[in-house]
Write a protein that binds this ligand. Sequence first.
Ligand code: TPP
Ligand code: MG
Length: 424
Amino acid sequence: MAKKKQKQIITKPSSRRPDANPTTANQRTYTIPDYRLEKPSFTIRQVRKADGVRYEVSGDFNGTVPPIRESRYLNRQQHLEIYRWMLLNRKMETALENLYKQGKVVGGVYFGLGQEACSCASAYALKKEDWLGPMIRNQGSTLVRGFSPRDIMMQYMAKAGSPTRGRDASSHFGDIQDRNVVSPISTLGDLIPVLAGVALGARLQGRNIAVMTYIGDGGQSTGVTYEGLNFAAVQSLGLVLLVENNLWGYSTPADMQFRVKDLAERAIAYGIPGVIVDGTDACQVYDAAHEACERARRGEGPTLIEAKMMRMKGHAIHDAAEYVPKPLFEYWRKRDPIARFENYLVSVKKWLTREENEKLIADVDRQLEEDRDYAVASPMPSPESAAGGVYCDGCHEVKPKYGMAKTTERTHARPKPESVAHIK
Ligand SMILES: Cc1ncc(C[n+]2csc(CCOP(=O)(O)OP(=O)(O)O)c2C)c(N)n1
Ligand SMILES: [Mg+2]
């Protein structure tokens, strides 16, 4: 059984209606379920040293690595599928890192290293008619939703055959026709009202669906996060918000970002359920996401899931994460989501023999090699295509709004006002 953690908010006793026991009579209690089998406890402090500012971490680093928590819903086959998605997610990012180092990527590369369970197992809880709004680290969710590694690699290389046909590098692509995926929005938090709007649209069509999106420990501080989630709460829209608490928002540690102990506590203020899971445990992530999606489909409103884990690389490929205290990496490396899930499937559950596991890994490698070779060999877009639309091909005539600039020949003399270049 999950160990329940109680949060208490003590309200001020009313002066007009005294109670025999005013403290308890006016006390309301709230429960945030916490499914973790281990509760890491660290504090990161910013300290000033002669050579500048740096972070120091204190806490207990000696705990034993927790087991995977048994899922209440997943069968053997589903476990294996999630495991495969996680492998594909990680190996695709390794391939992207290599492509970047070969100078083949346009722009940067973002990684979800250490967060594969969170991305893949959450998106796995969605049904075809549901919607997903991934963020930059959720490439695993995008794979689960039906994009191939080939699509994602071509996108990063801005190839003509990529989802945005070379008009955007990195991850701003989606598919509103078939896969029900809203493109990531870089402005942190903005996906939340957009996804709430998708759920509202479905409601207006007489359907309740689950709409899933993500926000980081840093991004959740934005005003639009509050506005979007509050709107979803008030309208009982089926938003499933995964708050990915990976301990860092760029180079700012979570301890310097908010005062609450757990970000799931924020659910209390929205009047919606909040739950904490170990973001490195695919079973916990899936179970919480599944329950939240079911609640969404029943029309009962949003759920906030706080997934706790660690961003195991820098913000993006340009960031070596030198500011992260080394013991944090060592601690979380031992809690690797894929290695632990592999051990669970092979050694604990015995659902996969060693040979089957090796075959599965080789199969993922083969798919990635094929996709990488295809992506590398595929052409760049033609220069003329840059003037075309991202989402339509000639079905709308796009006219310049203000017309073209009109210029007149300049003389050396001071130009008269009517001959000055102007834009109509
Ligand atoms: C509204 C807004 N403010 C600032 C930024 C710049 N920015 C991009 S990513 C990032 C850090 C995000 O940290 P977090 O939300 O914890 O997500 P993580 O990178 O850890 O997944 C910042 C500040 C932005 N994109 N949008
Ligand atoms: Mg973060």
